[in-house]
Design a protein around this ligand. Sequence first.
Ligand SMILES: Cc1cc2nc3c(=O)[nH]c(=O)nc-3n(C[C@H](O)[C@H](O)[C@H](O)COP(=O)(O)O)c2cc1C
Length: 327
Amino acid sequence: MVLDLNLLREEMDLRRPAPGIGTPRQEDDEVEILSGVKDGMATGGALTMFVRNRDRDSDKYKQFRDKPRPGHADQTAVAKYGECHDIRGGGQFSGRMTAALVAGGSVAKQLLAEHGIVVAAYTESIGKVVDARRHGIQDMLSIARSNDLRAASEDVIEAMREEILGAREEGDSIGGVVHCLIDGVPVGLGEPFFDTVEGELAKMMFAIPAVKGIEFGAGFRAAAMRGSEHNDPFVVVQGRLRTAKNDAGGVLGGISNGMPIEFRIAIKPTASIAKEQRTVDLKKMEETSLAIEGRHDPCIAPRAVAVVEAAAALVMADLSIRGGIID
Ligand SMILES: Cc1cc2nc3c(=O)[nH]c(=O)nc-3n(C[C@H](O)[C@H](O)[C@H](O)COP(=O)(O)O)c2cc1C
């Protein structure tokens, strides 16, 4: 397979923080390929990609060992790993880990593209600003890739920006929803009982830090519907079996049904905020307070769009290999 390093670079750039609404930490996110590529072709051997951290500021994190940040993983990581937990930069719980996910995801995307499977996502909401429009994959591949909010409707961009800047001004952070669509998926992917399409995607999505929820198709709205409303009627379009709508999110019985796979991801507000919060000094076992200085994203959702796409591509490539679609 030809590995397009320009596409890899583009994906890495889409995860980088945007000036004004992202962390001021500046990483170039250059991917060094150490093995597995010769003359632009993947050799089939192990593909090793290396992303260096260049802009480090480790000292600020030391205090979180004794005074865990509410909402971050400091408390659970120290309880589980003790002295072995390397807390610098948040260690293995840093959003920085998702650079590797995006690098790997770019390879998976290129592999899937050879089989007509395309993964794309966009920012559906930031705080109270919701893009209520339905978007096709083209909006996600064009509009959502050309603005820093990763929004698929141009008229919500500034309102989303205000929502983020407003939270940051108050020393706070804000959450959002990422909407993902996977087009061109053949019928029959997914390995019930345990490795269903929903199960595999959900497991991978929860590996992304700050993800707190996932719903496929109508998701939680289905609980308030009647069957006659929720069921997607079968229809024939140009001789092919389709459904008239897609409340199932492209999955029935854990198996892809040939419609686009569609899901939404809830991203929580960034844990590290400047506003004073209650915490406990674990050495003294006394309640205290914490105001976090440093370079953090006031909103993770726009950066998470590239990460969700990459994670979904890795899962779909894996399911396609298991399903015999990709050799
Ligand atoms: C792209 C990206 C950037 C992130 N940046 C930050 C950050 O600047 N500050 C922070 O506290 N959390 C950040 N996070 C989230 C934390 O890593 C995450 O909340 C923490 O590891 C706890 O895990 P949990 O939220 O999944 O429980 C980021 C996550 C992602 C995906």
